[in-house]
Ligand binder design. Structure first.
Ligand code: ADP
Length: 279
């Protein structure tokens, strides 16, 4: 499953949609000077520019107060020329992250983390859905993996990946099991999986001996180790699995492509070109 190729195709579709929609703007907010966050922001900006979405760069010092931060979010919410509002996470220590996420206008919530959009996904009405989980599903669909009736196992229950990807798989009629740090005998679950999504942040957590013959395996792990960037799945699992996403070049490139696609979706909702489901 080649994330670079699929992401490139999605970006070109996004570019075409952006041309049709006219002026599109994605506002990001970076608080503090964490180098990883700075890098993510600059990648998002480059990718946005490349598809014809204008990035707006807002930066605040780590010393900013919650009230000042919320004021900026509200100002961006109110600006009709802005389609997406994205506070880069994690926020520095001392700021109330859930409070910031809940202040973003749900119709501009291109990260899909607002409780209203998370709730819509839970209710089976996915609207603005987090980018990485969307990327996982798109890779599976592109590979022609049968999801209806499949046994799907998700390793990890984070709000950013594990939980939303479990809901998307359920929405696609898979039978879903969610494993996490307290799961007893993880391999008993993973060995049963026709579809296995691993998002635990632990290098080589899933070895070839934990994968069912012929399974489709999506490795969401992005672990920076002495050996470079590695996933949560041992690459040797490729000998057992029918499909395995590589790291790098699998889920990673899909995330930014889906963020750009979410910006298109948000613009369409706000312009009445797509029906925004009632809360
Ligand atoms: P991500 O950003 O990829 O979602 P997080 O670091 O936020 O990852 O979350 C890690 C998730 O992985 C948590 O939900 C945790 O329960 C799960 N996890 C951690 N260790 C294990 C383990 N040994 N087996 C299964 N799940 C695990």
């Amino acid at each position: 499953m080649d994330g670079r190729a699929l992401a490139a195709r999605i970006r070109s579709e996004v570019a075409e949609a952006a041309r049709e929609l006219g002026s599109l703007r994605l506002a990001t907010i970076l608080v503090g000077d964490d180098p990883a966050s700075q890098l993510y922001i600059s990648r998002k900006h480059d990718a946005a520019r490349e598809v014809g979405i204008e990035p707006l760069d807002h930066r605040l010092p780590a010393s900013v107060s919650q009230a000042e931060l919320l004021e900026l979010v509200s100002r961006l919410n109110a600006d009709e020329s802005i389609d997406g509002v994205l506070p880069q996470l994690p926020l520095p220590e001392g700021l109330d992250e859930p409070g910031v996420i809940a202040t973003v206008d749900p119709a501009k919530d291109v990260d899909g983390f607002h409780p209203l959009n998370a709730g819509r996904l839970y209710l089976g009405r996915p609207t603005l859905v987090p980018a990485t989980p969307r990327g996982c599903l798109a890779l599976l669909v592109e590979a022609g993996v049968q999801l209806a009736g499949a046994r799907a196992v998700v390793v990890g229950r984070s709000v950013i990946v594990g939980k939303p990807v479990a809901h998307l798989l359920l929405q696609a009629d898979a039978t879903v099991t969610v494993c996490h740090s307290r799961t007893v005998e993880l391999a008993r679950h993973t060995l049963d999986a026709d579809v296995l999504v691993v998002a635990a942040g632990i290098p080589a957590l899933v070895g070839p001996d934990m994968v069912k013959q012929g399974a489709a395996v999506v490795d969401v792990g992005q672990n920076h180790t002495a050996a470079g960037l590695v996933g949560d799945v041992d690459p040797g699992a490729a000998d057992v699995a029918a499909h395995l996403t590589p790291v790098p070049g699998g889920v990673g490139p899909m995330t930014i492509a889906m963020l750009l696609d979410n910006t298109i979706r948000a613009a369409k909702y706000r312009r009445g070109l797509l029906a925004f489901p009632p809360a």
